[in-house]
Structure formats: structure tokens, C-alpha cells
Write a protein that binds this ligand. Structure first.
Ligand SMILES: *Cc1c(COP(=O)(O)O)cnc(C)c1O
Length: 384
């Protein structure tokens, strides 16, 4: 089956009746016998039987089944946010005295987590150049337990050589976890590229309507239990209403994403030709940074990209505030367009712009008419 068909047909009741799974609110699940209760308790991380609301409900299971099948993973675990999926994964594989490798272009709140809670837990982070590829080998130590990836990177959109890094990690027995939120399971097949854990902020494109916080960790058979155990021990439970909304969003992901992609390309090409724009950071654009890797490994582009505006932060703020159809706000991947003036927290890698005379502007291109969006950008440029 093609992914478009899987999107429609998985995670639904098999019998005739309501088309969609019910929202199942549950903490306690009751059992006929002590033996049945104890069997459920023993199987809590592996079986699909319900045991206690913390470890899932039918609604969560349906969402998990749909995402796991779509991405070709062994199983998936629904979590209360994308960040919860990420932090549970770090704690699943790294313990006090261990070392993790994280790309310098990582999503800001993950860096914050590594620099505070992870560090205080005795886990050391080395930030690596997202362009490292198989050169990651030089950074691996005896105590390295996890190589984290995010491709393309947050705000600056560096595409990583995921298969090269995954190959080196596999040879050394090190687990890899990829933040695949940008591409979604539709545009990047994490498991075909050798990754062990594929992480999604379902808050973004999967939910798609800016009304839900949701995360999902999709895993191979080898690491499934470790992620489930860490999430359970941390007490991370995905709410049934949120799983329902995320699954509802998933149904239309393919059509929405193709539209986001097409409009994103249209706007990126228009921006590239604008005199007030120095560079467009969109891996799908020929000649853009990361384009060759994107062409090799991805089957599409999201509608989220950035550009470097000639002008300092005052000009960028005026530009954002002059926009009528792009709202100012965090997050992305909803049906509506958003703009953000980005200030990436970075250590090693040189930023692709000069923060004094230039600004980084990120756009999440929504489902509006692309011509209307271009008119809006044009009038905002005129104002500055
Ligand atoms: C938003 C985001 C997350 C975190 O998702 P939340 O659901 O907001 O916790 C993780 N990774 C990337 C790339 C994101 O953009």
C-alpha cells in the first residue's frame, strides 16, 4: 500500500460501525482475575493490552498504529508533546556518566534540555557540525550512547547525511534518534535510512490545525521497549483527546503537505529574486545549502523555510508586523501562515548570516492562496 492509503485505512475500528476510533478516557482498567491483572502488568511495555491509562488507551493505540505503519517502524509511542518524545528518548539511552552527540542546528528547547536537565543528570553533550556525515566517527567516545539528528535543522535548515551517520552508529552499537518533524513520515523514511528512533512533534504538520500538543516516537523492534520504559517511568501519558486530534489531522496529511510544499516552493522562488533578500534557506531549492542531500534522500519538502533579510532586527520586526496574512507566533505546520524572526542559539557552527546587518526570517507557509501570500510579502517589503 502507498502511504496515502495507509493514512486513510490504519488506526480505525475493523468492525462495521463508527468510522473513527472513540475517545477513550481511562485511568483504571479492571480485570476479571488477579492472574489477568498480573499478566497485563508484566506485558505493560510490550503487549497491546490495556493495563493502566498511563500506558495507553485505545485512542492512543490507534494513533500509534497509524504512525508506526506509515513510517514503517515496529511500533510508535504517543507522548504529550514533541519535546516529551525527545526527552524520553534521551533518558531511554543515556544515563549518568554517558555522552551524547547532538547537531549544532538542533531545535532550541532540546539544546536547553541538554544544557540543564541532561547535564545535571551527569550526561555530557557534544554539539557537532550538522554537516559532519561519516566524519562523526571522530567525535564518538567509549561512553557515547546516543547520536541525535535533526534534518533539516531548526531555523537554518541544514540537511544531514543521515544514512552516513546511521551507518557509523550501527557499526559502533550506538543508538540514533532523528527529529523527523519537518519531513513527516511522508517525505523522509527514517527507517530506510538506518535510524533507530524517529521523533515527531505531531503538534506541527500531523496535527495540522494549531490546536493540539502531541508527540510520537516511532521505534525499531530493538529499541521499542527502552523508549516505552523511559516514558512510563517519567510518567509521560498522551491524553486521549490529543491523540484523537492528532489522528484526525493525520488523515489529511498527504493532501495538506503537498499544498504546503507547492506554496512553499512558490514563495521561496519569489523571495530568492527579491533585492532585499540575500539568501533563501530552503533545501528543496536548486543551489540552496543541503539541496543535493535533500534530492537524494527526501521525497518532498515541507512549507517551512527561512530567508536572510538585508536589514537589522528593527527592519525585520517592522517586516513581520506589516504582514497581514502571516501571524507572529511560535510553532508551525498549521493550516495558517506564520512568520517568526529567528535567533538561533548556536555554539560551534558559523551562522549563515551577519546578525548586525541581516536578520533570519522563518515562514510557515499555510494553505492560503499563494498569490495572496506573495502580495502580502510584497507590501511588507515596501513598508521597510
Ligand atoms: C516544535 C518542535 C518540537 C517540539 O514539539 P512540541 O510539541 O512543541 O513539544 C521538536 N522538534 C522540532 C523540529 C520542532 O519544530
Amino acid at each position: 500500500m502507498k502511504k496515502e492509503t495507509i493514512l486513510v485505512h490504519t488506526g480505525r475500528p475493523k468492525e462495521a460501525g463508527p468510522v473513527n476510533v472513540a475517545v477513550q478516557h481511562a485511568s483504571t482498567i479492571t480485570f476479571e482475575s488477579v492472574a489477568a491483572f498480573e499478566a497485563a502488568r508484566r506485558g505493560v511495555y510490550d503487549s497491546r493490552d490495556l493495563y493502566y491509562g498511563l500506558f495507553g488507551t485505545q485512542t492512543a493505540l490507534a494513533f500509534e498504529d497509524a504512525v508506526a505503519r506509515l513510517e514503517g517502524g515496529h511500533r510508535a509511542l504517543a507522548l504529550p508533546s514533541g519535546l516529551a518524545a525527545i526527552t524520553a528518548t534521551f533518558f531511554a539511552f543515556a544515563h549518568s556518566g554517558d555522552h551524547v552527540l547532538v547537531p549544532d542546528s538542533v531545535y532550541g528547547p532540546v539544546r536547553e534540555f541538554c544544557d540543564t536537565i541532561l547535564q545535571r543528570s551527569g550526561i555530557e553533550t557534544t554539539y557537532y557540525d550538522p554537516a559532519a556525515g561519516s566524519g562523526i566517527l571522530a567525535l564518538i567516545r567509549a561512553d557515547t550512547k546516543l547520536i541525535y539528528l535533526e534534518s533539516p535543522g531548526s531555523l537554518t535548515f541544514e540537511v544531514q547525511d543521515v544514512p552516513a551517520i546511521a551507518r557509523v552508529a550501527r557499526e559502533r552499537g550506538i543508538v540514533t534518534a532523528l527529529d523527523n518533524t519537518w519531513a513527516t513520515p511522508l517525505f523522509f523514511s527514517a527507517f530506510d535510512h538506518g535510524v533507530d528512533v524517529s521523533l515527531h512533534a505531531a503538534t506541527k504538520y500531523i496535527g495540522g490545525h494549531s490546536d493540539v500538543m502531541s508527540g510520537v516516537a516511532v521505534t525499531t523492534a530493538g529499541v521499542h521497549r527502552a523508549v516505552r520504559q523511559a516514558a512510563g517511568r517519567l510518567g509521560f501519558a498522551a491524553g486521549p483527546d490529543d491523540c484523537f486530534l492528532a489522528l484526525r489531522g493525520l488523515r489529511t496529511l498527504a493532501v495538506r503537505l503537498r499544498r504546503h510544499e507547492a506554496s512553499g516552493f512558490t514563495l521561496a522562488a519569489w523571495l530568492r529574486a527579491h533585492p532585499q533578500v540575500r539568501t533563501v534557506l530552503h533545501p528543496g531549492l536548486p543551489g540552496a545549502p543541503g539541496h543535493e542531500l535533500w534530492k537524494r534522500d527526501f521525497s518532498g519538502a515541507a512549507g517551512l523555510f527561512a530567508f536572510i533579510l538585508r536589514g537589522g532586527s528593527d527592519a525585520a520586526a517592522r517586516f513581520a508586523e506589516a504582514l497581514q496574512l502571516f501571524a507572529i507566533g511560535a510553532s508551525w505546520g498549521g493550516y495558517e501562515s506564520l512568520v517568526m524572526i529567528a535567533r538561533p542559539p548556536r555554539s560551534a557552527t558559523t551562522l549563515p548570516y551577519d546578525g548586525a546587518s541581516e536578520s533570519l526570517v522563518r515562514l510557515s507557509v499555510g494553505l492560503e492562496d499563494p498569490g495572496d501570500l506573495i502580495d502580502d510579502l510584497a507590501q511588507a517589503f515596501q513598508r521597510i
